[in-house]
Design a protein. Structure first.
Length: 268
């Protein structure tokens, strides 16, 4: 734990160096710990900026609001229609770059209005190992990444969150719903809502980490391999198939490799 606490101390130093910051706060594991640490270090000189968009799961927005209310953190909301971002709906490989560039420009404008000296976001050291074009936008705009700067991994953040008593320490990883669509497949508002409902269904059935990837009219479900047997129980399997077909999918498949981040990037 000494090494872990040294990283936490580096994080605090990074935040104090910023002086004041607007944290891009989604309510996920990483941004929740960053928001907590920023609030601890800077008090009212750290605010949460949360984006509402059809590309983000609805349950995530509600949980972000509850987190800030419970901790007494000032939260500012930004509405962003990602489908109006030029090129986004066509879903090119650099879709995340196009989105993050617009999103963080909006957050920077809010930060300026609120008198914050910087904008911070919650990527961690593990994020450097995947194809993440959004990181380019973050670098271009000069957005701070305190968790990465402190050398914190996802496992570190979960451990520190648990120690701090944060409810997010064991929260499943979530991501932009647009990441569920095969590159080149047009993203629509209806499609985003369909994925959101499908993943909410799996969550309500108790699956701890689930993705519903979209390939035309086929839904490819990713689950943790240890949870495969439960999905294969006749009543559960039939119910999931019927529910997803009711949402508009023709075929429902289980990915035998199981859940993994960025599986749509495997074709790149």
């Amino acid at each position: 734990m000494d090494a872990l606490h040294q990283k936490a101390a580096r994080l605090r130093a990074e935040l104090l160096r910023l002086g004041s910051t607007a944290v891009a706060f989604s309510g996920g594991v990483d941004s929740a710990y960053l928001m907590y640490a920023a609030h601890e270090a800077l008090g009212d000189e750290a605010i949460a900026v949360t984006v509402r968009s059809s590309a983000f799961p609805r349950r995530e927005t509600a949980e972000a609001e509850a987190f800030c209310a419970q901790a007494g953190i000032r939260q500012v909301w930004v509405d962003l229609d990602v489908l109006e971002i030029p090129g986004f709906a066509e879903n090119p490989p650099d879709r995340c770059y196009l989105c993050k560039r617009q999103l963080f420009r909006r957050i920077q404008a809010v930060a300026a209005e609120q008198g914050m000296a910087s904008v911070s976001e919650g990527s961690n050291l593990d994020d450097e190992g995947d194809y993440r074009p959004g990181m380019r936008a973050i670098a271009e705009l000069g957005v701070a990444s305190p968790l990465r700067a402190a050398g914190l991994t996802k496992a570190d953040i979960r451990a520190l969150s648990r120690e701090a008593g944060l409810p997010t320490w064991a929260k499943p990883s979530l991501a932009c719903l647009a990441s569920r669509f095969a590159y080149g497949e047009t993203i629509t508002r209806e499609g985003l809502d369909r994925v959101d409902q499908a993943e909410q269904l799996l969550s309500e059935l108790g699956f701890t980490q689930a993705r519903v990837r979209v390939h035309g009219t086929m839904a490819r479900i990713e689950l943790l391999p240890e949870e495969f047997p439960r999905l294969m129980e006749p009543e559960t399997r039939t119910g999931v198939v019927q529910a997803l077909r009711g949402l508009g999918f023709t075929y429902v498949a289980l990915d035998l490799q199981g859940y993994r981040t960025g599986s749509m990037n495997e074709i790149l």
